[in-house]
Design a protein around this ligand. Structure first.
Ligand SMILES: [Fe+2]
Ligand SMILES: [Fe+2]
Length: 238
């Protein structure tokens, strides 16, 4: 449904470079978090898989960064465009990843949902950058890794939580949706706050200025003599 929007986002050169650089950051951060997961897990098989996964994500970060840099070298960046970043969420969603204190089954469920979303998005991106074969090849290659990540996390989740792995995935989906909602709600609140303050500025300030000017006209100008009676105050020391 959003394919035309993705095409529009990726169609602009500067936005494309910024997207690639943003992906490099998310993939790199995700890779480092999964590396940490490999350190803390008590499960030897998961440790090996996490390690492989982390290496993949760090390689994705390098691929995205190198491609972004190559594009930048080809043409110096021009002035900013309408949107500095895309209005759509990014590829991976690994930026929400929290390792410390999370049991393996919850991490696996989170990773499965994130990798599945990433695989879906990277498939769309691969199709919309058909004018740029090297970038397309990178998405193609990364997509294969993401599908592997999506599958191994599900298989391992079913191994460590055979009785409730489906519920774990639904829970992870729910929490991902909730975080999405919070992000959208916060952005919407910011927009609404700006709109309401702008409306207040024009609606409240103009009548206030008009009333103040009218009150000013009623005031006598210059020094004003006060009545004789007001001069002697029984309580004042002067
Ligand atoms: Fe990745
Ligand atoms: Fe991945």
């Amino acid at each position: 449904m959003l394919r035309p929007v993705h095409r529009w986002v990726w169609g602009d050169f500067d936005r494309r470079v910024r997207k690639l650089m943003a992906f490099a950051k998310v993939e790199g951060d995700g890779g480092r978090d999964i590396l940490r997961a490999a350190e803390v897990t008590p499960d030897p098989l998961l440790r090996r898989l996490y390690l492989e996964h982390a290496i993949d994500e760090l390689r994705h970060a390098d691929l995205f960064r190198e491609r972004g840099a190559a594009l930048l070298q080809r043409r110096a960046s021009k002035a900013t465009t309408l949107f500095d970043s895309s209005p759509l969420p990014g590829g991976h969603g690994l930026d929400d990843l929290a390792i410390e204190g999370e049991p393996d089954h919850r991490l696996l469920a989170f990773l499965h949902v994130a990798e599945k979303a990433a695989a879906g998005r990277f498939a769309i991106y691969r199709d919309v950058v058909d004018d740029d074969p090297p970038t397309r090849a990178i998405f193609e290659q990364i997509l294969r890794d993401e599908v592997f990540h999506m599958n191994y996390t599900y298989t391992q989740l079913a191994r460590v939580k055979p009785e409730s792995y489906r519920r774990q995935v639904w829970r992870a989906r729910g929490s991902r949706l909730w975080k999405r909602y919070l992000r959208v709600a916060a952005a919407l609140a910011g927009l609404m706050g700006g709109a309401i303050l702008t409306i207040m500025y024009f609606v409240v300030l103009a009548p206030f200025a008009w009333l103040a000017r009218r009150a000013q006209r009623r005031e006598p100008v210059g020094w004003i003599a006060i009545s004789q009676h007001d001069q002697d105050s029984p309580t004042s020391q002067y």
